[in-house]
Design a protein around this ligand. Structure first.
Ligand SMILES: CC(C)(COP(=O)(O)OP(=O)(O)OC[C@H]1O[C@@H](n2cnc3c(N)ncnc32)[C@H](O)[C@@H]1OP(=O)(O)O)[C@@H](O)C(=O)NCCC(=O)NCCS
Length: 248
């Protein structure tokens, strides 16, 4: 066989590096999923007292949610999203959405008013997206009565802070292009951009009805003081504040 070429050695090295990086990423996801209560990272954000609202925000794993809470979250999602789904090629299917919302990995933040009535929630997960560790926001839903009072922004900020603390590379989400409110909210207010994995529209056929948005999260400095991955060169979230920031 003779001696291996430098190129194949380089390739082998690269593969080794990639699998080592993958192992680190998987470990971070695993560790994040084991955090008993991610709201402990952001204690001052447990309360939202602003614009006439007085809410508390609580973390729950799907396994700890009551039937009543699950039904409430499902019904609100259906009310807010069914028409948007039906306007897409996906259509709306109760069974599929219910399954997605109750998978073992599903994590929730639920905002409640002073009467303990739930008014907003997010379903999120720590997961791998290709070779990156991410916090994926599956759902953010706010009831009509409390919209435009800053709770949506507050909840997304919490997700970004949790992503920072758990060393996720980015926060991601999927949104319909025809959901104009969500488009404006995420792109203009929260500064999310189209992710590199979002599908590109074909030239001569009808395009995709959804896109994948994301926001890179500043990485925690490692022991040598450097940011622990290449994201440090990008425009990143600076989620360092320890008290709630004012919704604009
Ligand atoms: C999108 C959603 C979560 C926003 O929640 P919210 O609590 O109303 O949002 P906020 O009050 O934090 O809004 C922050 C900013 O986003 C923008 N925004 C939010 N809703 C908007 C709307 N209906 N029209 C225009 N701008 C809007 C505004 O700039 C707003 O700031 P302002 O009120 O000071 O002008 C909420 O509208 C919702 O639940 N929609 C239905 C479900 C949905 O589409 N979810 C997203 C799926 S990807």
């Amino acid at each position: 066989m003779g001696r291996k070429s430098v190129k194949s050695k380089e390739k082998k090295m690269k593969r080794k590096e990639e699998s080592a990086k993958m192992a680190v990423s998987l470990e971070k996801v695993d560790k994040a999923n084991k955090v008993p209560d991610p709201m402990d990272f952001v204690k001052p954000f447990r309360k939202f007292d602003r614009n006439g609202l007085s809410l508390t925000i609580e973390f729950k794993r799907i396994a700890d949610m009551s039937e009543e809470e699950i039904e409430w979250a499902f019904d609100l999602t259906k009310k807010n999203m069914q028409t948007l789904y039906e306007e897409s090629e996906w259509g709306w299917k109760d069974k599929d959405k219910r399954e997605e919302m109750t998978e073992d990995k599903a994590l929730y933040l639920i905002a409640r008013d002073t009467n303990n009535k739930p008014v907003a929630f997010t379903h999120f997960r720590f997961d791998m997206e290709f070779d990156e560790e991410v916090l994926y926001c599956y759902e953010i839903q706010v009831i009509d009565d409390v919209r435009r009072k800053g709770i949506g922004k507050f909840i997304v900020q919490i997700l970004e802070l949790i992503a920072y603390q758990t060393e996720m590379v980015k926060v991601m989400l999927t949104t319909f292009k025809h959901n104009k409110v969500a488009q404006g909210f995420f792109k203009n207010t929260m500064k999310y951009v189209i992710d590199e994995i979002s599908p590109e529209d074909p030239l001569f056929e009808e395009g995709y009805h959804y896109e994948i948005l994301s926001k890179p999260i500043k990485q925690k400095p490692n022991k040598t003081g450097d940011a622990s991955n290449a994201q440090s060169n990008k425009a990143v979230v600076e989620p360092m504040q320890t008290s709630p920031v004012k919704a604009s």
